[in-house]
Design a protein around this ligand. Structure first.
Ligand code: FEO
Ligand code: CA
Ligand code: CA
Length: 661
């Protein structure tokens, strides 16, 4: 979601180094800078900017689109591409579901319909084990709800029980079968036996070391191992064994009244570190459900903030919250795989000055025995990242008994370390990042990319200053790091890293596009959120928050990571007013590109809509869009059009003039 509530209750993280000190350290190393002069003040860490480009990768040849101004209520793709709304909020996917009718909503209907605010999109081929690009399952997260866009005349103060129940049913995850038609379009199958809804009330099992811990016990669950629902499912990842991981992100906003706990209650410090509201939060479900009132059910919030594993190929399988992966505001959880079957799961904790994590299972992936893999995420080692200013880094184990994670510091067990992961990471000296969002392993070059969406508090009063891995004060446009695990072993405990992109307008001295000549770039990246790699290793970036710094709608951008066009950013999609773009996902053959358009019309209401996408109604509808090429081939390639080189009067050129006149 947009970051308006990510700072609720956020404690101070200390002042850190001031920018001038960081700069001072780097000035002595100026001789090694390759891109330094042009970068000006932002050249802290500039020695970490360059890596030699590898051999030429396949060239993109779509016509980059101009940026759309922030009030444009349309979805744009390049000439030669088709964008089709595949499934929208409210579309029926389970037996008994009626067609969507915004005037006649009910919780029972919503629980059978596609949920709200689609975020992660995973395409899993059907049948299992195939590589089909014409039939598969879409697993889609429904991160949160905009009740003011779901109900006419809505007011948080006057919300009804039925409205709360509808929004709870609109959360969670959908599984829906999709099939490519002979004409090249896509349809979802409303009658598929695979279709499934998981909501804020679906029973979910807690597994792994923290399951059953006394702080996970509630009046409804004396075992501490069964939770109703999953909340704020942001991004996620697909496992090699065909399950999906879904990250519970800003779960704090669903809870109220932590401030009413007694002053000496031991839970208060952890509740504060995770931003649980002391008063009323964003959703106020506690008006009708006591479990969301911390003063009445003090442990319920500890049962959220986990990574959930679901098996979309088995609609009866119980979803599992895998506590071994730690508790944070999980943006996503994504996989990397060694040839020997050992694995890593990468995870960002999306909060200003929070951390990057990696989980390494003890076991190995067994490609010949799916069932043997289903418990892999319950045992292993959780690490947090330390980025050194010299371009090296270390994965610090968050293991009970090590690195001060001991009873003297309040950790009585590994379960304590996992429930209070952020506090454990604070203690071991992890690097405070600029809102870590997606992390993705690129199988083509073996590197891991970590996306920092933005952090306008970096270097602010009383806040940590820039460091090499977060090199800009007031980082409004975000950046992307490129990480090389030691010996390309995804389970390694050391790595090297460099900056890949510093977002912003190309003529902003502090922006950086992997050293590609910026005068040739006619697109601009801000607030990168989720990324995906096509099968040739090109990065595709979806953004969330370009409107603030650049005044443009969010979009999708493609950028090669290798070859002579490494860093050459080109805009592929522009999203409707008020929305962000999520999900980016390809079919295995790369001929279809799925995106999730989330919260179209945010900041508006049904009475005062700022978007009517996609139906022209005052109820904008989050939707998954399928994009295909008219030539039928791979996305981004095979176009007959010449390469776009920028043109006077394009949206971006006008933007340059407005911002830099
Ligand atoms: Fe839900 Fe970090 O975006
Ligand atoms: Ca987002
Ligand atoms: Ca996100």
């Amino acid at each position: 979601m947009t970051d308006r509530d990510t700072s609720i209750g956020t404690p101070d993280h200390g002042t850190g180094e001031i920018f001038a000190e960081v700069l001072e350290r780097f000035i002595s190393r100026r001789s090694v800078l390759k891109a330094g002069a042009a970068l000006g003040l932002a050249s802290v860490g500039a020695s970490l900017l360059e890596t030699p480009p590898a051999a030429d990768a396949a060239t993109l040849d779509f016509v980059a689109i101009p940026a759309d101004p922030a009030d444009a209520d349309r979805l744009v793709v390049p000439p030669g591409y088709r964008a089709q709304v595949l499934i929208r909020w409210g579309d029926p996917i389970l037996p008994g579901a009626e067609p969507w009718n915004p005037e006649r909503q009910s919780a029972a209907q919503q629980a059978r319909q596609f949920g709200y605010n689609n975020d992660f999109v995973g395409y899993l081929p059907l049948p299992y084990g195939s590589n089909s690009s014409t039939r598969g399952l879409l697993v889609v997260n429904h991160e949160y709800t905009n009740a003011e866009l779901m109900f006419a005349n809505y007011s948080l103060e006057r919300q009804t029980r039925e409205q709360v129940d509808i929004t709870m049913a609109a959360h969670g995850i959908s599984v829906v079968e999709v099939v490519r038609q002979p004409d090249g379009s896509w349809r979802y199958r409303p009658d598929s036996p695979y279709n499934r809804r998981i909501t804020a009330t679906t029973p979910i099992q807690l597994t792994g070391p923290a399951a059953g811990h006394p702080w996970l016990v509630t009046s409804a669950d004396p075992t501490g191992s069964w939770v109703l629902g999953t909340l704020n499912n942001c991004a996620g990842g697909k496992t090699p064994w065909g399950t999906v991981l879904s990250g519970e992100e800003n779960f704090n906003g669903y809870f109220d009244n932590a401030g009413r706990l007694p002053a000496d209650d031991l839970r208060r410090a952890s509740l504060q570190r995770y931003g649980i509201p002391t008063g009323l939060g964003r959703y106020q479900w506690s008006k009708y459900y006591d479990r969301f009132d911390v003063s009445k059910e003090p442990n319920e919030s500890f049962r959220f903030g986990w990574v959930v594993e679901i098996d979309p190929y088995d609609p009866t399988a119980t979803p599992k919250k895998r506590t071994a992966l730690g508790r944070a505001k999980h943006e996503a959880a994504t996989f990397a795989l060694n040839p020997d079957g050992r694995l890593a799961v990468y995870m960002g904790d999306d909060e200003r000055f929070d951390y990057i994590y990696k989980f390494v299972p003890s076991g190995r992936f067994n490609p010949n025995n799916r069932a043997a893999n289903l418990g892999l995420l319950d045992e292993g080692t959780l690490y947090v990242a330390r980025f050194n200013d010299d371009g090296t880094g270390r994965w610090i184990p968050l293991v009970w008994g090590q690195n001060g994670l001991t009873p003297e510091n309040g950790f009585g067990s590994q379960a304590d370390v996992l429930i209070h992961t952020r506090i454990a990471a604070d203690l071991v000296g992890a690097t405070k990042m600029d809102r870590p969002e997606d992390m993705e392993w690129n199988p083509v070059n073996g590197k891991v990319y970590a996306v920092m969406t933005n952090n306008e508090q970096r270097g602010g009063s009383g806040r940590p200053g820039p460091d090499a891995a977060n090199p800009r004060p007031n980082n409004r446009t975000g950046h992307i790091l490129e990480i090389s695990e030691a010996s390309d072993d995804v389970t390694a405990t050391t790595f090297t890293w460099n900056v890949f992109i510093l977002g912003g307008l190309p003529n902003d001295p502090s922006s950086y596009y992997a050293g590609f000549p910026k005068e040739q770039i006619t697109s601009a990246l801000a607030a990168p959120d989720n990324i995906v790699f096509d099968s040739q290793g090109t990065m595709w970036i979806a953004t969330d928050g370009a409107t603030g710094p650049l005044g443009i709608n969010d979009g999708v951008y493609a950028v090669p990571v290798a070859g002579s066009e490494r860093g050459y950013l080109r805009q592929f999609l522009s999203s409707p007013a008020g929305s962000e773009v999520c999900g980016p996902e390809f079919t295995p053959d790369n001929t279809t590109f799925f995106v999730a358009i989330q919260h179209p019309g945010e900041e508006g209401t049904v009475e005062k809509p700022v978007s009517t996408w996609p139906d022209g109604l005052p109820y904008p509808r989050p939707a998954v869009v399928a994009i295909t090429a008219e030539h039928g081939g791979r996305i981004g390639q095979g176009s007959s059009s010449a390469l776009f080189t920028g043109q006077p009067g394009s949206g971006l050129a006008e933007l340059f003039r407005r911002l830099f006149r």
